[in-house]
Design a protein around this ligand. Structure first.
Ligand code: GLN
Length: 189
């Protein structure tokens, strides 16, 4: 049976595990390096990327996560998880860790105070029905390398991207009952 790790140090990991289980796969909460053994994919949830950075270090998970991602394991980063995967982070903390070098520039909390949280109906490449997306203090993707595939945008800003083994969303697909994006991710795993 497919086993998908969900980084479970902080943030909205539980809802991802529930989404995976609704799709008939095992969600493995990742809190220690050994939890990465034998997984077929990894989800980096939303939450607070600076707090997650500290906890990744404290739990000796930074290098092991980098290694599995660099090794080609399918990864789905949502919101803070997208920040952890980006090559360049604006308005981050100097000690914020990167788990990959996806060639995008993201600005933390880039939608500003007024738009700190909002919802949008996205048109997603390959999907016929719109996807209701919940954004919470979301990162704004300010630059993307041409090698990055943009799957959905809001006002011309990319909000769902794919690059090699990485799928990343600026929003929280685990907070709505629509499981299509988890299904898309599982096709890679
Ligand atoms: N603003 C958060 C951060 O910088 C991300 C918010 C979220 O994951 N909902 O990590």
């Amino acid at each position: 049976m497919t086993r998908i790790g969900v980084l479970a140090l902080q943030g909205a990991f539980r809802r991802h595990v529930e989404a995976l289980e609704a799709l008939g796969v095992t969600g493995v909460e990742v809190r220690a390096p050994a939890d990465l053994d034998g997984i077929d994919g990894l989800i980096l949830p939303g939450g607070e990327s600076t707090a997650m950075s500290l906890l990744l270090g404290a739990n000796e998970l930074t290098e092991p996560c980098r290694d599995v991602i660099a090794g080609g394991l399918p990864v789905f980063g949502t919101c803070a998880g997208m920040i952890l995967l980006a090559e360049k982070v604006l308005d981050g903390r100097s000690d914020q860790v990167q788990l990959s070098d996806v060639p995008i520039t993201v600005r933390r909390n880039g939608y500003g105070r007024q738009l700190a949280s909002f919802e949008a109906d996205l048109e997603i490449a390959g999907e016929t029905e719109p996807f209701r997306a919940v954004f919470i203090r979301a990162p704004k993707v300010e630059q993307v390398d041409p090698a990055v595939e943009v799957l959905a945008t809001v006002d011309d800003d990319p909000v769902l991207i794919r690059y090699r083994n990485v799928l990343a969303a600026a929003f929280h697909p685990e907070l709505t009952p629509d499981l299509r994006l988890h299904r898309v991710f599982l096709l890679e795993c």
